[in-house]
Structures are given as C-alpha cells and as structure tokens.
Design a protein around this ligand. Structure first.
Ligand code: CMC
Length: 429
C-alpha cells in the first residue's frame, strides 16, 4: 500500500503523507497543504477531520466497537469500576494495587470543596439549570488553587486531576441540594466514589440514605460507560481550550457547556422528556416515529443516531441490559421503559432509520435507570459530565504532554461581503 496520497491541483501533483493508526485507521496528513498549495480543506461539522492523534479511546462506528486504552468496553463494564477506568484513561494502564490505593486516597482526600465555595451557590436562582451551576462552579474552583492559574503544572497534575474528578461530584450534589432547598450533605470518608455521590444527593441530616448495592453498581456503570468517547463535541472543546494553555479547570468548565446541548449530553434529559410526552399523549410511539421522520415536524427521535456509530452503540446494549436488571431487582415498573422498547422495535423496522443507520445510542436507556434511582431529569446531563471528567482530563493531559502541541486554530472559507467601505452614520439609510 502506498504511503502517500496524490493531489492534482492546477496542473501540479502534490504528495500528501498517509498516517495509519494502530487499529488501521487511515488519514491523509494535510498539515502542509496550505503552505504548499494555498488551499485549505473544507469539512463542515468536521465529519472527515482528524483533529489529533490520540492513544486514549478507539471507536469503530461501523462495527459498534468501543475500547478504552485498547480494552473492550464490555470487559470494563463487566469487571471494572468507574474509578479504575478513570485511572486507566488518564494514566494509560490499569493500576496495580498500590497505584489504585494511591489514586483512591487522593480522590478521598480532595473530595470536599473549599468551604468558601459554598457561598457561590447562594447566588444562583432556585430554578437554575444544574449544568450552568456546574460549569460556573468548576471554573470558580480554580480561583481557590492559585497554582492552577498559569499554564499546566506537570508536577501538580495528579492532585489537580484527582481534585477535579472528586469535586465535580461534590459540586453536582450540592447544586441539587441547593435547587431543592435542602441542607448540604458533606461527603463521608468511608464511602467509595459512587456511593458517596448518592449519599450527598439523598441522605438528610437526621438519617443516612440506604445504599443499595444494585443502585450503586448501576450508577457506577453509567459513569464508567460515559468516561470517554474520543473526539466528541465536548472533548474537542476541552482540547481546544487546553491548546491555548488554559488551566485544567477552565478547560473542563468549557467541556461542561459543550456537553449541555440536546444533540450531545443533553440528549439523556431530552429522551425522558420525549418518552413522557409520548406517554401523556396516549401515543403508542407510532405517531412520534412518523413525526421524527418528517423534517418539517422539528422532532427527532432523541437517543437515536450518532455521528460515528452506524451500528448499535455498544454502550446502549450494556445500559439496556442493566436497566432491565435494576428495575427487576427494585421491583419497579416504568411505563417509559415499555415505550422506549416499543419505539426502538418500531424504529428499527422503519426504512427511514434503517437507510440512515440510526440506532439507539447511550442516552436512550440511561435516563430510565436514573429515574429509577430517583435522580431528577434536570440532573441527567450532570451525571454524564461527572462520568466524562476522566476522559476530558486524559485528553487535557495528552495535549499537556505533547512537546509538539500547537494552539488549535481552524481556518475558514470566507463567504461574506467584499469591497465594502465605511459609511458615516448620518449617511446610512
Ligand atoms: N431522529 C430522526 N432523524 C435523524 C435522527 C434522529 N434522532 N438523527 C439523525 N437523523 C437523520 C437526519 O435528519 C439526517 O437525515 P437526512 O440525511 O435525510 O438529512 C440523517 O439522519 C443524518 O443525520 P445528521 O444530523 O446529519 O447526523 P449527525 O451525525 O450530524 O448527528 C446526532 C448526529 C447524534 C446529533 C443526531 O443523530 C441526533 O440529533 N440524534 C438525536 C440526539 C441524540 O440522541 N444525541 C446523543 C448522541 S450520543 C451521546 C453523545 O455522545 O452526546
């Protein structure tokens, strides 16, 4: 196989190197294109653009494969935990017992936010969306760690990473308590990561929340399955901000904002709202499917489709099974789960969805698990953000460790007016 691509342009032939990834993915390296030819590439929505080389996560969207550092997501879901997967993503290998203990201890030691941070929560209205609070508070946290303010500090990386992973969970729980007018519940040292989050969300000052192992396991799985997903919208945003040498907290806060939208992490909230709307309207799902096929309806089947997966999202398969298991063990029946299953079955028979290769994605069933646990809908995307934090940090680290890293700065094709002159205001029509 040739290791160059040939581009013929205005009578001249240019050779562009081919880059091959470890899983055989091929890319044409166009980094010298503009200086050699005066042309740039144009790729609206970046569907064909590799923005970096990354050794963190691999996805084969055609085959429905997802691997963290080479390990299949199915194996991690079955045998690992969110904290172990976080270590794997950030440091590139599964931790041995000492490394795992050190990492867990660092998370525990850094679980509390600075006490003065609590005053910041007071400034938000009770109905503020928790994603707005989360992004603002992550950014505000960096003010309490002066060492963070300059470019990345490699010597302090471990502690800042642990702080961010641990505190995003504390901030999330505090924002939930605040929005419900409930007193703040502090983390407890004896609880592990996910149990502690449930404790901070649902305990009260007189009585601790009863931690059910199956609930802790299901939420831990949700965190793990969301932990990374290569160059999606929020991760690219984190890398974009990090490339300017902004600090880790500022980069992560930007990631939270990007994640918020309904086409990305906000889809888990949108799915439950859609299922609820279908349920209330008495539709068995068929009317909604017809509407989702009609571009003029403004409706999409939320939780379906993916830029990269043109096959079943492997995370959706794992979550669907976990959803059945959790609801069975809790003896809960949720009419929204029946609607979701009916919608999936009907959609996968429709030529519209088949031709466009639209399958359920990670968000289609995750909301039903979160509802069963008692997490309110507006917190769903926050849960996604807690899960995604290790992936964002791993991507931040990749930029920080790359001696050849450059600031991200895409080009554009200008299509605006030309040859205009300034007109003084008095002469304007
Ligand atoms: N319902 C109905 N039609 C759809 C849907 C959907 N959910 N998703 C895509 N399509 C259609 C789309 O209208 C287009 O049709 P046509 O070719 O006739 O113009 C075709 O499928 C391709 O869609 P696209 O918008 O070009 O695809 P994209 O790669 O730009 O968007 C997506 C991917 C995930 C934003 C989109 O599928 C979508 O909006 N899905 C619903 C929102 C959702 O579930 N998002 C969560 C994604 S997974 C979690 C995460 O990583 O954030």
């Amino acid at each position: 196989m040739s290791n160059v691509a040939k581009l013929e342009l205005e009578g001249k032939v240019y050779e562009l190197p081919i880059v091959v990834g470890t899983e055989g993915e091929k890319a044409i390296d166009v980094s010298a294109l503009r200086s050699a030819t005066g042309h740039i590439t144009s790729d609206d929505g970046y569907g064909n653009t590799g923005s970096c080389n990354s050794a963190i996560t691999f996805i084969d969207g055609e085959k429905g494969i997802l691997r963290y550092r080479g390990i299949p997501i199915e194996e991690l879901a079955e045998q690992s935990t969110f904290v172990e997967a976080a270590y794997l993503l950030i440091y590139g290998h599964l931790p041995n017992s000492d490394e795992m203990k050190r990492f867990s201890d660092l998370l525990t030691k850094n679980e509390n936010i600075h006490e003065d941070m609590k005053h910041h929560f007071e400034g938000f209205p009770a109905n503020a969306h928790p994603m707005a609070i989360l992004s603002a508070m992550i950014n505000a946290s960096s003010c309490f760690y002066p060492g963070l303010m300059g470019p990345a500090n490699k010597a302090r990386f471990d502690i800042h990473a642990a702080r961010l992973i641990s505190q995003v969970r504390t901030i999330a729980a505090f924002s939930y308590r605040k929005s419900h007018g409930l007193p703040t519940i502090y983390p407890k040292r004896q609880y592990k990561y996910t149990a502690n989050f449930l404790h901070m969300m649902f305990s009260d000052i007189y009585e601790d929340y009863e931690l059910k192992p199956e609930v802790v396991k299901a939420l831990d799985l949700i965190f793990l399955l969301h932990a990374d997903h290569e160059q999606n919208c929020s991760t690219s945003t984190v890398r974009m901000v990090a490339s300017s040498q902004a600090n880790m907290f500022a980069s992560a806060a930007a990631g939270v904002c990007a994640l918020w939208g309904p086409l990305h992490g906000g889809a888990n909230q949108a799915v439950i709202e859609m299922l609820g709307q279908i349920h209330r309207s008495g539709d068995d799902g068929s009317r909604f499917i017809q509407a989702a096929k009609d571009k003029n309806s403004g409706q999409r089947l939320m939780g379906f489709g993916h830029r990269v997966y043109k096959n079943y999202d492997p995370r959706a398969r794992i979550i669907k099974k976990a959803c059945d298991e959790l609801l069975n063990s809790m003896h809960v029946t949720d009419p929204l789960l029946d609607i979701a299953k009916r919608l999936e079955e009907a959609a996968l028979k429709e030529s519209y969805f088949i031709e466009r290769k639209l399958y359920p994605n990670v968000d289609f069933y995750s909301g039903i698990i979160m509802r069963a646990i008692g997490i309110p809908t507006e917190m769903f995307t926050v849960i996604f953000a807690i899960g995604r934090m290790p992936g964002w940090i791993a991507n931040f680290k990749e930029i920080m460790d790359d001696p050849k890293a450059r600031i991200y700065r895409p080009r554009q094709v200008y299509v605006g007016p030309v040859g205009q002159r300034y007109t003084p205001i008095a002469q304007r029509k």
